[in-house]
Design a protein around this ligand. Sequence first.
Ligand code: HSE
Length: 306
Amino acid sequence: MTSIKVQAPGTVANLVCGFDVLGLCLEAPYDTMEVRLLNERKVIVQSADGYPLPTDPLQNTAGAPLVEMIKELDESIGFEVLIHKAIKPGSGIGSSAASAAGAVVAANHLLNLRFSKEDLVRFALFGEKVASGVKHADNIAPCIYGGITLIRSIYPLDIISIPAPELYVTVVHPQIEVKTSDARQILRKEVLLKDAIKQWGNIAGLVAGFMKSDYDLIGRSLEDVIIEPLRSILIPGFAEVKSKSIEAGALGGGISGSGPSIFMLSKDKDTAEAVSNIMQETYQRIGLEHHTYVTRVNGQGVTVVV
Ligand code: HSE
């Protein structure tokens, strides 16, 4: 096999309380990527949609992880990548992670699955470094492993897949761009002990809720007393979408990754659709272009298109 096509899905990082340590993989939206094997140590990344991409692969979210991968190969091998983007950069649904994860998963198939999933996360983190200046794995890990993941540690990598009951995810992407690097810049470097206690109680509660299929516990644990109060100011309509969605029966939700997308979790499809209507009404009234997705947790992560 010398070329392959994959679908690289969007992801929701943080899951409200778990800043940088929790994330889930979405069924939609997803990017499509074609990767071809080259017989020289070279990485070429091109956009199928005419996005101007940096020609230096080290400056590119799909290119930098492949350069790292090639460093660990003895052979004279390289990769050419063609990206069809469906996940908008700056949307908060893991656009850069999809490019990075899709590239390394596809390349690994071309190498007969030589590397482990953990290796692939290690490579893909170089893409996040390019995109936001920081290596955070809460989009990369769910994109590669599928489902819901806990990143207990980055140095050394320790990724745990968390089993969960069926969940519907409604996502709204108001068409403003929030750069992850900017959204990290506004955060305080220190937290109060009383806030930290609440936050780690919620993280533990959320993980326990997923593992016990306890929807009420999931709902009450979707609370963030540290990041959301600062970042939600950047997102028009945030408080209204959140409160009305919960009134309509959603379990809870909040900012997707670093925003501006907002996600809400629901037990069933009807509630998830009702939440989508609330999101659309809110942004129509505010007069802000938006996209909504009613989707589910994707247990597979990046998949090969046959
Ligand atoms: N954990 C990261 C952040 C995710 O919130 O900055 C970015 O998608």
